[in-house]
Design a protein around this ligand. Sequence first.
Ligand SMILES: [Zn+2]
Length: 320
Amino acid sequence: MSGVMPPRLQLGPKPHLGYTQSLIDRVADRRLDTAWLGACLTDAGTRTYVIGGELIVLKKGNNPHEPGFTPDEARALAPPTESVFLGLLDGAARFGTGITPANAEALKARDDLVVTDLRSIAIQGLVAPEHLPPLAEAKAMLHWHTRHRFCSNCGVKTEMVDAGWKRACPACKIEHFPRTDPVVIMLAVRGDRGLLGRSGRFGATMWSCLAGFVEPGEAMEDAVRRETQEEAGVKCGRVKYLYSQPWPFPMSLMNGCLAEALNDDLTMDKNELVDLRWFSKDECAAMLMRKHPDGLTTPPPVAIAHHIIRTWVENDSELF
Ligand SMILES: [Zn+2]
């Protein structure tokens, strides 16, 4: 064994993690101020994001496009299903306006608009980066409202209150709050090798971290160990939390972790994955930088998996 450590791989300036570092001030105390919220609707600086299911409506511009509409412009596009207050951006109110997916689809015919999904917007940089976090906030909130119209306790139709941050049941008086679902996404590492898998939903050359929902009564670290065991047959010891990312598909919070793998042999869960193997740091570095000889890639920088793999590649065993 040589006592000389190999040089750390350094890949240059770090890309931004999509949907994070929101500039929105959520001013939660204003959610109950109906007079103030009403006045916002006629304020010249107020803008709203218009979303129909998976589709986001943008005003066509010279790249980037503009996702903010005045309340009047939004109403003219299609009848709103809901409107939620997101907070203040540069001191002006920001809302999210829901329309039906069918109405959003119909707006694709207009040549003054761009109507596409949020993944494409993020990956292709179709809007200025400061719009991604409030778009994620609006999309997740509007999705929650469309799926929680009836009281889960008594079945009666609920009413949206607090500018969208609550639904109240008029019959049994229970209050329902917007939900976000915790997911663990982890890179299991063993020495100089990291474990990546391929889902059948991926493009043919993309490999990523394993991931799964945290279950009730489960610590995040335990979910990392369970999911890695279930999907890959790999037991894990120490788990290190790195950072998180809101993932509005439809309303998750991705918790990025590294896990210390304790065995090499792999037993792939064929229901979850179509391929699974160990990758060296050098190979991962090439995949991150889109320089792999076989064209293999990690997910793009907008996704947390890219950052988890990169953190491991650029650091040594001090990570735990
Ligand atoms: Zn009820």
